[in-house]
Design a protein around this ligand. Structure first.
Ligand code: SAM
Ligand code: SF4
Length: 461
């Protein structure tokens, strides 16, 4: 494998397959950054890659089986490449399944060269060299004392279309230990990046053309990075980001209701770059189940946060995560979830059937809910949530929205952009609008997008 280790004038093909959350999308982009100085450049197909990285997610059921089946497919591709071109392919598994099942992966798939956890990808070049020396089969899934962000190269490349929007990880790990969740075990303890490191990366992104940044973290509103020797909250960090000239939109995810402090709620009123859209998972509307989940708040405390957010920012729309069928959930508990949804009303949501994750407290609890009951509850919940999403989209008809134009549209003469609520909006317009925030009157509603008309006279700068 030494052929891939040292810097080279001939680029090596790098193919990264990313599953799971935005944090994995971000991690994949940073792994590409780390490997760039070694001569690795992205290629679209695994068939053409000198290195393939499978960046995995462990959050739901059958995560490990899915990884082994994908590895089987990749193995065939790399063997065929070896036969036809004589070139070997370096195969790495990264992310949360790698963290949780590192030894199992090397035992069951010995053709894998490297297994690395989410906290160690800054050490990729060193590990690639170690594989070369060891001849394959290296695991690096420690939670190292050094912060990986201090070791990442500076040339962060924006990760999304037209380079206008980017993710930026500011916080990792979780100490909350919800009964159902693997994150505290796969991502480790909660840590925040220092403010200066976040500001530096944000400035570089904006200089490269980014207009909208989404700050990422497993519990992003628990952020407590340091600045001049003291701890800084997410609201304060957002205030500092606001002074970066050219940064027009700011979002953050995923938040926890327990960390939704008053100063952050006020920042939704006072910080003009905060978009009026917040993902705030509640999981359940039953106090009994919230307690069993170890969420640390009640349904009414959640309702109260939403009321205060709406007072601070009347146009704010909410998104959330729900789990149905957590162990012990009765019909009455489920009805409490339905009631909470009716009380709050959501613009967009993610809802899941509870799936037992080995090693988590809920997995060992009695009173597991039968699959058919979970199915019925999920169908009812999703029907209600879909109704609310349609109603929210319909409520925008006739309104004027600021749209960040990102690309040409599906039809000739059209362009496409995102509303403050992240809906795709298509409208007639010149490609020169790409990169600008413009005012668009919303005129049509489709299942997953909106259509509109450019307000020519009122182009927002
Ligand atoms: N930190 C966030 C929070 O506290 O809400 C959530 C992060 S988790 C990566 C994303 C979502 O996956 C959760 O909000 C939850 O709805 C879902 N999830 C996590 N573990 C699950 C499980 N065992 N079964 C079903 N859904 C699960
Ligand atoms: Fe998982 Fe979120 Fe709970 Fe942490 S707060 S354990 S990441 S669900």
């Amino acid at each position: 494998m030494s052929e891939h280790v040292s810097p080279s004038s001939t680029p090596h093909g790098l193919h990264i397959i990313t599953w799971g959350c935005q944090m994995n999308v971000y991690d994949s982009a940073r792994m590409a950054d780390v490997l760039r100085p070694l001569g690795y450049a992205p290629v679209d197909r695994p068939e053409n890659a000198d290195m393939i990285i499978l960046n995995t997610c462990h959050i739901r059921e059958k995560a490990a089986e899915k990884v082994f089946s994908e590895l089987g497919r990749l193995r065939k591709i790399t063997e065929e490449r070896k036969e036809t071109t004589g070139k070997s392919t370096f195969l790495a598994v990264a992310g949360c399944v790698a963290q949780a099942e590192g030894k199992e992966i090397l035992a069951r798939a010995p053709y894998v060269d490297l297994v690395l956890g989410p906290q160690t990808y800054h050490r990729l070049p060193e590990m690639v060299a170690r594989v070369a020396r060891a001849g394959g089969g290296v695991i690096d899934t420690d939670f190292p004392v050094e912060a990986k962000f201090d070791f990442l190269p500076e040339e962060a490349a924006p990760q999304t279309s037209a380079n206008l929007t980017a993710f930026l990880t500011i916080q990792e790990g979780c100490d909350k230990f919800c009964s159902f969740c693997v994150v505290p075990y796969t991502r480790g303890a909660e840590t925040s990046r220092p403010v200066s490191s976040v500001l530096d990366e944000a400035k570089r992104l904006v200089e490269s053309g980014v207009k909208e940044i989404t700050l990422l973290g497993q519990n992003v509103n628990a952020y407590h990075g340091t600045w001049e020797g003291r701890s800084v909250t997410l609201a304060e960090l957002a205030d500092k980001l606001r002074s970066i000239h050219g940064l027009e939109r700011l979002r953050y995810m995923t938040s926890h209701p327990r960390d939704m402090e008053e100063t952050l709620i006020e920042a939704h009123r006072d910080n003009p770059i905060f978009m009026p859209f917040l993902h705030l998972p509640v999981q359940s509307g039953s106090d009994r189940i919230l307690k069993a989940m170890n969420r640390g708040h009640t349904a009414d405390e959640y309702r109260n946060i939403i009321t205060r957010l709406r007072q601070a920012r009347p146009d704010i729309a909410l998104s959330s995560d729900f789990i149905v069928g957590h162990p012990g959930e009765t019909d009455e508990d489920f009805e409490a979830t339905m009631q909470l949804v009716k009380d709050v009303t959501f613009a967009c949501t993610y809802s899941f059937k509870y799936s037992a994750r080995p090693g988590t407290p809920a997995a060992g609890q009695p009173f597991q809910v039968p699959e058919d009951v979970k199915d019925r509850r999920l169908a009812r919940l999703q029907a209600l949530l879909r109704e609310q999403q349609d109603a929210f989209n319909a409520s925008l008809l006739g309104t004027v929205q600021d749209i960040l134009v990102s690309s040409t549209g599906r039809k000739p003469g059209q362009v496409m952009g995102r509303s403050p609520y992240l809906q795709p909006v298509h409208f007639e317009g010149d490609p020169s609008l790409i990169g600008r925030v413009v005012k668009v009157r919303i005129t049509t509603q489709r299942t997953n997008s909106l259509g509109g008309v450019l307000c020519e006279e009122a182009l927002a700068v």
